[in-house]
Design a protein. Structure first.
Length: 294
């Protein structure tokens, strides 16, 4: 895949080393040279929409916001915005030319909610988890926590929220965790959260009896493991050998291991959910049969 495609799969923001691992050093250097990607602070790469959002916000006298603001804070996204996102006041009149190339949101912004032309982390998080689709909202919340946003503050924002999207905010806050390694895992968790009877947690240590690893998502009651398998994060022969050994040991000890590719989570959510529903039914029936036999 191209460097841009790799960067999009990595959440729109990634270190140079991670991006090189998903493509090649030469490809990354060429993408930087032609402007397909840009350099952020601390050697992290991003899509050029980050810079476009700043210039666009200045043009319409607004603020970089929503997913574009999340990218400026180096939060990885499940889906990068097709256009730079900016927020203007409800009364701001914009011409067609001014709006061109931007996704414009309207909302009241207090001075305390904007810092150097970008909505603050708290306001950005509220906008995203209130207004984005559930899977994207959860990915943003997980990314924010990975990058140091306070879990206590997130819970408080959700608890005090009112109006449209407040129920989703509380749902996202209840599921958000810094333990998820990337937006891919967040997307899989979002699908799992819609399956009755399935309750997964990220990075649960499994010992049976010795340490078998910390799978991406685990339902301990049903002994179901969900793995978000992607070459970008698990590439290489040594990683393949390690993962195969871990999966085999889990299976022979009674765990059901389900592995999903990036394409499944992004483009085939209905199929992923159907597999999870069937898995819950199979494990529940198996446990009932064990109870009857006892």
């Amino acid at each position: 895949m191209s460097v841009v495609e790799a960067l999009e799969r990595l959440g729109g923001v990634a270190t140079r080393g991670t991006l090189v691992g998903a493509s090649t050093r030469l490809d990354v250097d060429q993408a930087l040279e032609v402007g397909d990607i840009i350099v952020l602070a601390r050697g992290r790469n991003a899509l050029p929409q980050v810079d476009a959002a700043r210039s666009g916000a200045h043009r319409v006298t607004g603020a970089v916001s929503w997913r574009s603001a999340a990218q400026t804070y180096e939060w990885e996204l499940l889906r990068t915005p097709p256009l730079p996102e900016v927020t203007v006041t409800p009364s701001r009149k914009l011409t067609k030319d001014q709006r061109r190339g931007l996704q414009v949101h309207r909302g009241a912004l207090h001075d305390s909610e904007v810092d150097e032309g970008v909505t603050t982390r708290a306001r950005t998080l509220v906008d995203c988890i209130r207004g984005l689709p559930f899977d994207e909202a959860l990915a943003v919340a997980d990314s924010a926590l990975r990058h140091g946003f306070s879990a206590k503050l997130l819970s408080g924002l959700a608890r005090n929220a009112r109006g449209p999207g407040s129920a989703q905010m509380r749902r996202v806050a209840a599921l958000a965790s810094a333990d998820k390694a990337n937006p891919f895992e967040s997307g899989l968790h979002a699908i799992a959260a819609t399956v009755p009877g399935l309750t997964v947690r990220p990075q649960v240590a499994i010992r049976d009896p010795h340490f078998l690893g910390r799978p991406d998502l685990v339902d301990q009651r049903l002994q179901i493991v969900l793995e978000a398998d992607s070459f970008e994060w698990h590439g290489g022969r040594s990683a393949l050998s390690r993962d195969a050994r871990r999966y085999d040991e889990l299976v022979v000890r009674g765990w059901l291991v389900l592995r999903f590719a990036w394409e499944h989570v992004m483009d085939e959510q209905a199929w992923v959910r159907s597999i999870l529903v069937a898995a819950v039914a199979e494990r529940s029936d198996q446990r009932c049969a064990t109870c009857r036999a006892a």
